[in-house]
Design a protein around this ligand. Structure first.
Ligand code: SF4
Length: 95
């Protein structure tokens, strides 16, 4: 899995304020794609996604169907929805 850029690692753990838009990673540097090949790894299933179209760490408007190299799944048991807001069935995690 890709590492977050320097200075953004451990943000969740350190309880720091969310980065401002100017501190976020560009879509280019995040290798953002507007459509993920796999809905299970789309922005709408990522812990950094902010409804309806933002990301905590990548700049600009974010499509819920998109994806970047920083995709990080939400915590288990968190509701995951399709871009239309419908609940998605997530596969059981392999242990
Ligand atoms: S996959 Fe996650 S980190 Fe990447 S752009 Fe989408 S919401 Fe942001």
């Amino acid at each position: 899995m890709a590492q977050l850029p320097h200075g953004m690692m451990g943000v969740d753990d350190l309880d720091l304020p969310a980065p401002t838009e100017g501190e976020k990673v560009s879509k280019e540097n995040a290798a953002y794609l507007p459509v993920s090949e796999d809905p299970a790894t789309a922005c709408s299933a990522c812990k950094y996604f902010v409804e309806p179209d933002r990301c905590q760490i990548v700049t600009g408007a974010i499509d819920p169907a998109g994806v970047s190299q920083f995709f990080t799944p939400m915590a288990q048991n968190a509701p995951v929805t399709s871009p239309e807001g419908a609940p998605l069935e997530m596969p059981e995690a392999e242990v």
